[in-house]
Structure formats: structure tokens, C-alpha cells
Design a protein. Sequence first.
Length: 294
Amino acid sequence: MAKAIPAVFKSDEGRARYLAAYDAVLCEWPVAFEELDILTPLGTTHVIASGPPDAPAILLLPSLAASAMLWQPNVAALSAYFRVYAVDVIGQVGKSIPSKRIRHRHEMANWLSALMDGLSIARASLVGASYGGFLAMNQAILTPERVERIVLIGPAATFVRLPLKFYYAMMIKGPLRKLFRRRPPAQLPSGRKLSPGGFGGLMAAAMMESARPNLAPAIVFGKRELRSVQAQTLLLIGEKEVLYDAFATLAKAKAKLSGLQGAVVPNADHLAALSNPTFVNEKLLKFLTPSLPS
């Protein structure tokens, strides 16, 4: 007998409250956008598309529970040069709707390939934060022909084991909820802050309303798999990262993956693209658009 599909939200009422918060943040998306729903083997995947349709493609993969809205402070800089697809990862809070239980990372790679097919993308660069960083590296290992470049921002596992508190938080328990209740409003590169109750309010709603996420566990990749990576890779870790030591992890990653570029993001926590978007955006553009003048 097939197992039931895990619920993304605890209740229909909670889902409605979360989506209202999501749409409130989306109203502040800084550039023109389209909302797309793409059918994949794991369910319908929701994507926010911005930038010129004929520009090179970039997929943005958020952290656990953050949704595509995580990338609001980064999308304007990126969409000036790319067709940007901010993804609601399947099985987590957002507007994507899973149709089956997710068991392992190969299913996630197949899902992302199917999403790219649905978007008519043969090859793209991937930018991933936390769990999204793990997914980006997983894709580069399992489907190298689909991946141009990858950027990992505070990736979950990938290079080093994570402490038990991460897995506790990953199951949507108290510590992560308290973190986002304390988080100040996000600062946009222009200096403008998101409106009160914006992304912070969305994350609070995610913590309150989401059920246990339906996902493949993040792992530490072996040396053989990391040596197989063909895509040029940039690793960014917030100076105030709490899951692992930023400088030690960057050094370990460089030892494991030849040619890895990296930096520690000053005054940034686990969600570095959100907490210091000006620094991160500069690093992203320099890495992803090497032909641009410095």
C-alpha cells in the first residue's frame, strides 16, 4: 500500500494564512515577474520568473522553509543580466504542490531536471542557499550536462557534517522559529527595508503553519563525487554562520573541491544573501558574468 503524501501545511487555514503572507512579500518584488506552475514527476512546482526571456538562465534554490521569496533582495541585480527563476522547492512551504513522498536525492535531481525541461532550459547556473545549496551541488554531480556554474551560500551538509541542532530545526521545531522571530527586517541593496511583517512575517508563518517537510536528507558528498564536479563553483558563508565555522569550512571545501572559489560574507548569518545582499550580489555578478568589466 502506497504511503500518503506528507502534508506541506498543518491545516487548510494555516496554508491560507501562509499564502497571504507570501503574496504580501511578492507584492514588493523589485522587478517585473511572472508566476509559473510547472508539472514535474514530484508534483506542480511554482516558479517566479524575472529578467529578459532570451537571457541566460539562472535557477535560485532557497533554504528550507524560505521559499522563492528569500531572493527578493538579489533578483534585481541578477535579472539585469539573466532570466532568473526563483523556485519554491517541492515538498516544502511555498506554492509548489507535491504529488508523492520524496525518498532520496536522485529523485530531487530528476525533479530539477524535469523543471528545467518544463521551462525549456537545456543548461543553467544554479544558486542555492542552505538546503538549496545542497540541491545545487547534488545536481552538478548527478546531471553535470545541465549545470553551467553553481553558487553555494551556507550549504546544508555538502562539505561538512551538520550538528544535531540543524536536524532539530529542519523538522520545524522551536529553535528555527525563534530565530526568525528575532530576525530584523531584511535590508535591500538600496538601503530600503522590506515592510514590517514582510519576509520575517512570512518565515514566522512558515514556522507556525508548516508540517514536517517532505525532502531528501542533505548529505556530505564523498571525495569521488566532488572530484567529478565539472561546473565552476563559488562558496559563500556568512561570518556569523552558526551551523559550522565559516573559515574552517571554506578551507575544508577548497581542499575537497579543486578550483573552488569562496569568501566569507561579512556581517552575515546563515541566510547571507538576505542579511548582506550588497556583498553577495557583487560576488554573484562577478562570478556568474566573468566577461563584465570589474
